[in-house]
Design a binder for this molecule. Structure first.
Ligand code: SER
Length: 871
């Protein structure tokens, strides 16, 4: 049997022999395309070439591409586990021509590979073409020898392939495989039937679907093919479903081993299959930078992981287990996708922690679900409020709840669920000011142009203003002011709003801040003198603050790239704030950065500052910007036209903020802190320019103070400190020894002042009971040893508090021991008072207790206890 690894290799070798360049798979998470959640086809990475914006060194390429289809236009999530040939994650084998060969070669090679290399039975193959594509029909007849009974025409739904709502597209031609025993599947082509499945799609890319829905012709014609690797393997290995191939069996077996529930092909095996499918999606997503979170892609990963966890629970996998499948995945994929073994520990950590934290909620949520469902009959409806509660309180993705409902023959009132969801969103939405009433209108104007990229001082007129009802520190009324045009940057993209002044003949305003309100640029200002009126005025941005903000902002762009360089491509910006004082940057990464990594990032950024790249800003159509490779923030809404900020060939980001003219202007870059703000998200704060200079000066002063205090040059301070520490330790030790020694000098005094006791049996027995402050258990014992030879007939009870605990020692002279008096019998009742117990030799016993506050009481009681023993 040909193994899946051999099949993959044969495919690539075949196209290599046809002069194709074998390229690596693009990440499953697109780095630069916010319109696309996950890579959904092999051609994604060549989109720019098809659109004519980009080029490659080659005109023919082939690869195996990691694809994820759980969202957007191509979404197979619901099918997974129910059938044997849809997956959340799969590999797409593909070959491409960029304006090079076209239909004829693509078809000829596809046919040759399937029928001659892989030796598929021709009688089991069907071909489909787009309904009007006569050219494809004729070519296929020649290549395959088939007639129109096996080359079938279909319309747009099946034979016109589009990447998404927008983007490259074209008519296509597919090859389907018939698994019916008697080769009777002609009617089942494109009928979503397990017995006849599509294996290879050849797309003749020639159009671009535009935002308005219209098609435009591309400058050249291209070939884009994609074949399902798992399906092909299943056919070659002659298995019933994809899950029975050597791609899935090792994972299914591992699931069986972990759960103790053997894998079965029927419905009983659904949990195993879903888990085996989902773990691939989860793992490759995380490896390529999509960490579980509450928004966007991150939420898709979280949802899929939670589904997998729930299916695990159905076969008794109650504790976190998904991470235990990673070794198996590594064995299957390590060679083809080295990003997996390379990040194994990281991925394992992310999955384990995500799964463990969901675990508690899963149990409680299932109980709650049972509660909701308990009175429902078959066909019953779970209310939107209940479904929302499961989502809101226990993190149950609604599709998971839906599936749980379906398993029992219920449905969810999805409309009511959506209403609940919207209402919750509305509640949490921040109330921001709206531009509506109360305005004093001086001049009609809408959407004042922002001139602040090039100017910090401009002629303006006040268009309208109104009081906010708030006051500044000096109790001046604060007004919202809108200008006809403005140099003031309104807070957005993490950059704080500008402040400054507005001067006219009859008034002066101080601008405290500038905000975007309902999409309009609104400055918040107080009147310094005069009264606000219409007519010419001069607006001036506080350029010192703006300058510092710019430096911090540009520095975060450099740092974003530097973090990717140092930590890996999973680093994604998750938030930022830049002000005159500092920059703050949040990003995805799972563990604390080491001191070396922080230093490396600082070094890289400072190198790029030294390189003094000119900043280039361009306004481009979004498609073009993305095709150029500009970094976009996922989840951020961008308009049709975007501003692209580039620094040399190092950094290119979509950004509306204000920046330095050249990176050298940043001056200096320092990181002050790095820490975690939530699971998987880190925060860096730091300073640039004079801020960094001041920081370094402070550090230098600190070192000077330290070296003055230590009386040695700065470079000797670490050594000096550690030698002082050593000395200090030695001194403390010596002090303790002396203290203990001193104690023994008290022995004579203690014997002299001891109480003597006599009764019918004993004569003149000394009873020495003493609480000693500030010593150790060890010293107490030494003191007792020291007393014994000198004390004659005597019993000693000593106590002290050391390290927060009570310590007691009892010693009995040899003659009394010989007459049957035992230390142990005395120490036990004493130790009980301080909440402890102990024992030892009849001559000397030692005890500890957890309640040192009772020591005085214990010592007071000791003579009585001794006397009791003496009879
Ligand atoms: N882009 C086409 C598909 O995804 C062929 O690769 O089916």
């Amino acid at each position: 049997m040909m193994t899946s690894k051999e099949i993959r290799k044969q495919f690539l070798n075949f196209f290599k022999s046809k002069d194709h360049t074998i390229v690596p798979s693009a990440p499953a998470v697109p780095q630069d395309d916010p319109t696309l959640m996950f890579t959904n086809a092999g051609m994604n990475q060549f989109k720019d070439v098809f659109l004519g914006h980009g080029s490659r060194k080659y005109t023919r390429a082939a690869d195996t591409q990691k694809c994820i289809r759980v969202s957007g236009k191509h979404n197979d999530l619901e099918e997974v586990g129910r059938d044997g040939y849809h997956h959340t994650f799969f590999e797409m084998l593909g070959n491409w021509s960029f304006g090079d060969y076209y239909k004829k070669e693509a078809m000829t090679w596809a046919w040759e590979l399937l029928t001659q290399v892989f030796k598929l039975d021709k009688e089991r193959l069907y071909i489909t073409v787009y309904k009007t594509d006569d050219q494809a029909m004729e070519l296929w007849k020649g290549i395959s020898g088939f007639g129109e009974d096996r080359i079938l025409r279909f319309d747009e739904k099946d034979n016109f392939w589009e990447m998404g709502e927008v983007g490259p597209c074209g008519p296509c031609s597919e090859i389907h495989y018939d698994r019916t025993p008697d080769k009777s599947g002609a009617k089942l082509v494109n009928a979503d039937h397990e017995d006849v499945i599509e294996i290879w799609n050849l797309v003749f890319i020639q159009h671009n679907r535009k935002q308005d829905g219209s098609l435009e012709d591309l400058p050249a014609k291209h070939i884009d093919t994609g074949m399902g690797f798992e399906r092909l393997t299943s056919i070659i290995q002659n298995t019933k479903t994809n899950y029975d191939t050597d791609i899935f069996l090792p994972i299914l077996n591992k699931v069986a081993q972990l759960s103790g529930v053997p894998y079965q092909q029927g419905p009983e095996g659904t949990p195993h299959r879903v888990i085996a499918d989902h773990i691939r999606m989860i793992t490759f997503s995380i490896a390529d930078g999509a960490l579980p979170s509450n928004v966007g892609r991150g939420y898709v990963v979280r949802r899929v992981l939670r589904r997998a966890a729930r299916f695990g629970r159905m076969i008794g996998l109650d504790d976190a287990f998904l991470y235990k499948l990673l070794e198996t995945l590594c064995e299957l994929y390590g060679e083809t996708f080295p990003e997996l073994p390379g990040q194994l520990d990281f991925i394992r950590q992310v999955i384990k922690s995500e799964e463990s934290s969901f675990k508690k909620n899963l149990d409680r949520g299932i109980l709650l679900f049972d509660e909701f469902a308990k009175d429902l009959k078959k066909g019953g409806i779970i209310s939107g409020v209940d479904a929302f509660k499961l989502y809101d309180t226990y993190g149950f993705p609604v599709d998971m709840t839906n599936q749980m409902a379906e398993e029992r023959g219920f449905t969810i009132d999805m409309k009511a669920y959506q209403t609940e969801l919207e209402a919750a969103k509305e509640r949490s939405r921040e109330t921001v000011g709206t531009v509506t009433a109360d305005w004093v209108i001086l001049k009609e104007s809408d959407n004042a142009p922002f001139l602040g990229y090039d100017h910090t001082e401009t002629e303006v007129e006040i268009a309208r203003y109104r009081p906010t009802g708030e006051e500044d520190e000096e109790q001046r009324d604060i007004y919202q002011v809108m200008l006809t045009q403005t140099p003031f940057y309104a807070e957005s993209g993490g950059q704080v709003g500008d402040c400054g002044t507005i001067n006219a003949e009859s008034f002066t305003l101080r601008v405290l801040d500038t905000q975007k309100i309902d999409g309009q640029n609104v400055s918040l200002a107080v009147i310094i003198s005069g009264e606000i009126s219409g007519g010419e005025a001069q607006a001036q941005v506080d350029s010192t603050k703006r300058d510092r903000t710019k430096k911090n902002h540009s520095a975060t762009h450099l740092m974003h790239q530097a973090l990717k360089d140092v930590l890996g491509d999973h680093v994604q910006q998750k938030g930022s704030m830049v002000s005159p004082e500092l920059y703050r940057f949040d990003f995805s990464h799972f563990e604390g950065m080491t001191a070396e990594q922080i230093r490396l990032v600082e070094t890289k950024v400072n190198e790029k500052i030294q390189a003094n790249y000119q900043l280039v800003t361009e306004v481009l159509p979004i498609e073009e910007a993305k095709a150029k490779g500009a970094q976009a923030l996922f989840g951020e809404k961008y308009g049709d036209k975007v501003r692209v900020v580039s620094m040399g060939d190092y950094s290119m980001e979509l950004c509306g903020g204000t920046h330095v003219k050249a990176t050298g202007d940043i001056g200096l870059f320092k990181i002050l802190s790095e820490g975690s703000i939530s699971a998987g998200i880190r925060r860096i704060e730091g300073v640039t320019g004079m801020g960094a200079f001041n920081y370094i000066n402070q550090q230098e002063d600190l070192v000077k103070d330290i070296s003055a205090a230590l009386k040695c040059p700065a470079e000797e301070t670490p050594e000096r400190v550690s030698s002082l520490q050593e000395k200090y330790k030695a001194l403390v030790k010596e002090k303790d020894q002396l203290r203990d020694k001193l104690l023994t000098y008290n022995a004579d005094e203690m014997i002299q002042s001891a109480e003597t006791y006599s009764n019918e049996i004993y004569n003149n027995i000394k009873i020495i009971c003493k609480l000693i402050e500030g010593t150790s258990a060890e010293a107490l014992k030494n003191l007792a040893h020291c007393l014994r030879p000198k004390m004659g007939s005597a019993v000693v009870v000593l106590a002290t508090e050391a390290k927060g605990k009570a310590n007691v020692v009892v010693a009995v002279s040899d003659d009394l021991v010989d007459r049957g008096i035992k230390s142990g019998a005395i120490i036990n009742p004493v130790a009980r008072i301080v909440g402890g117990g102990g024992g030892g030799h009849p001559r000397l016993a030692q005890a500890g207790g957890k309640d040192p506050s009772k020591l005085a009481e214990a010592i007071q009681a000791a003579p009585g206890i001794v006397k009791e023993q003496l009879g």
